[in-house]
Design a protein. Structure first.
Length: 246
């Protein structure tokens, strides 16, 4: 029960990594609020977890939705101790091929959403006396990949914001860290419909010989949310099967 009596907001909580984190947090004793744009998926996760979970539909790039999300969390659970900025989109393209709309959507969700949520919860973490913000970046926060110019730029921004916020709020006992996953078997990866050869090539990019699972990221997130990581802030925390070691 490493997160007993803690309240956590998890964006993108209806599927994939966010769902895995929500389940793991509840197992460790936290009350969790999951946010996302798909109400059916959120409700499914909420039913799985039970009364310790509140599902709240929200677009993280919309300031009004963010305010409603924070207000609903406080009304239900009375405090906010942990924020996991997990919501994200991956729209492929090079600098020439990506559209302006896709670029803007990438940054609205992956970067502006992270800033809006962080800004909204900081006063409540300060009131609680401490807090942990965990941003879900990517191995592309650290290295590049072909045909991923907007995604890589946005995830690089996530890591830079993590470090800046860690410096700004460390004196308030609010820690800010960034997990950098490799390729994780989620709906986001499934949308690319990889054939057997393409999947084999991408698996080979990970020395441990497999894609990650949401549970791999969830366990690292529990650690960064808990007091076990109380002297860690501003870190880039690769959970990538060795991807960035090459």
């Amino acid at each position: 029960m490493r997160l007993k009596e803690k309240v956590a907001i998890i964006t993108g909580g209806g599927s994939g990594i966010g769902r895995g984190i929500a389940v793991a947090f509840a197992r460790e004793g936290a009350s969790v609020v999951i946010a996302g744009r798909d109400r059916k998926k959120l409700d499914s996760v909420s039913r799985q977890i039970g009364p310790a979970c509140l599902a709240q539909r929200a677009d993280v790039s919309d300031a009004n939705d963010v305010k409603t999300l924070v207000d609903s969390t406080l009304a239900r659970f009375g405090a906010i101790h942990i924020l996991v900025n997990n919501a994200g989109v991956l729209l492929p393209g090079t600098a020439e091929s990506i559209t302006q709309d896709d670029w803007d959507q990438t940054f609205a969700i992956n970067v502006r959403g992270l800033w809006l949520l962080s800004r909204a919860v900081l006063p409540h973490m300060r009131k609680a006396g401490a807090g942990s913000i965990i941003n879900i970046g990517s191995v592309l926060s650290l290295v590049a990949a072909r045909n991923r110019v907007a995604y890589a730029a946005s995830k690089g921004a996530v890591l830079a914001m993590t470090r800046a916020m860690a410096l700004d709020h460390g004196g308030e006992k609010i820690r800010v860290n960034c997990i950098c996953p490799g390729i994780v078997d989620t709906e986001m990866v499934a949308q690319f419909n990889l054939d057997e050869n393409a999947r084999r090539q991408r698996v080979a990019m990970h020395p441990l010989g497999r894609f990650g699972q949401p549970e791999d990221i969830a366990e690292a997130t529990v650690f960064l949310a808990s007091d076990e990581s109380s002297w860690m802030t501003g870190t880039a925390f690769p959970v990538d099967g060795g991807y960035t070691a090459q």
